[in-house]
Design a protein around this ligand. Structure first.
Ligand code: PAF
Length: 299
């Protein structure tokens, strides 16, 4: 495995690298979720490139950036074991050289949810990912679905800027108690870590609500919030039931919906989501022993 620090070194190494190239962008503190992205990239690619860069432009709070966990020696060991060929681990001024003065701002899909809660966050993500896509020129890049909206933003950006890298969405990897793997989990105390399992329990409560045919958006949001309330120290930032394509909030789930939430535990901001599919009204009617329901009747 080669470790390169500059744009020039990266370009030189990749000039003769066997294709296709798979890119796994990360901010380090590698966990099993990252390993699953590398495994997927490995299966598709002749060369696997991982970037390790804690991107200051996507953090609103300076303290959040400062506290982001870092351990390069441990990350390089994990990347090597996972089968990465090239690690790009640049200093900040190699990604944003003096005079750097460009930002990529994605529109509507970047505005709700994380975009509303973290102003400027997705501009930072889109800008750094555009730079990585341009530098690596990979056929494919791999991202985890825990950051569902991030994938939607990056797809929009790649499409609009005609970047040829295909964005591959990979399943969220979870701990045994359902907690989505995230580098931020490392900042939780053992007790906070145990309590953080409430995020996934709450999403499951929302899914159970849909499965019980209670498909009103507010009913599902209330079920998720009620489950979160079982951990009094969990500070809820948002609970959303949205259209998975537009991320617009849904009054009623008919077909697919994205349940998502952002919650602080011990001040650590955690996010998670699940896709859920409700039966379409026509399918419900067909399955109902009493035939079609009267107009306007609730479930
Ligand atoms: O998901 C992340 O780790 C980051 O947002 C990314 C995509 C590496 C950009 O800095």
């Amino acid at each position: 495995m080669q470790v390169v620090r500059t744009r020039a070194q990266l370009r030189a190494v990749l000039a003769s690298a066997p294709r296709p190239i798979g890119l796994v962008p990360t901010m380090g503190w590698l966990h099993e979720g990252h390993v699953s992205l590398v495994e997927r990239a490995r299966a598709d690619s002749a060369t696997v490139v991982m970037s390790i860069f804690v991107n200051p432009r996507q953090f609103g709070e300076a303290s959040d950036f400062a506290q982001y966990p870092r351990n390069e020696a441990r990350d390089l060991e994990r990347a090597r074991a996972a089968g990465v060929d090239v690690v790009f681990a640049p200093p900040v001024d190699e990604v944003y050289p003096p005079g750097f003065d460009t930002a990529v701002a994605v529109g509507a899909i970047a505005r709700p949810l994380e975009g509303a809660a973290r102003p400027g966050h997705f501009d930072g993500v889109a800008t750094v990912v555009a730079i990585l896509f341009a530098l690596v020129g990979a056929e494919r890049a791999y991202f985890g679905l825990k950051d569902y909206q991030q994938i939607a933003v990056i797809r929009r950006m790649a499409l609009d800027l005609a970047l040829p890298t295909e964005v591959v969405a990979c399943p969220t990897v979870r701990e045994a108690d359902g907690l989505a793997m995230s580098s931020r989990n490392a900042r939780l105390s053992p007790d906070g870590r145990r309590r953080a399992a409430v995020l996934h329990r709450a999403l499951e409560a929302g899914i159970a609500c849909v499965r019980a045919d209670r498909c009103g958006g507010d009913a599902v949001r209330a079920a998720v919030r009620a489950a979160l309330a079982s951990e009094p120290d969990a500070v809820v930032e948002y609970v959303s039931v949205a259209d998975p394509d537009t991320l617009a909030e849904l009054a009623r789930i008919e077909g697919r919906a994205l349940l998502s939430l952002a919650v602080r535990i011990e001040g650590v901001r955690l996010i998670d989501n699940e896709l859920v599919v409700a039966a379409l009204p026509r399918e419900r009617e067909a399955a109902s022993p009493s035939g079609p329901r009267p107009e306007g009747r609730s479930n």
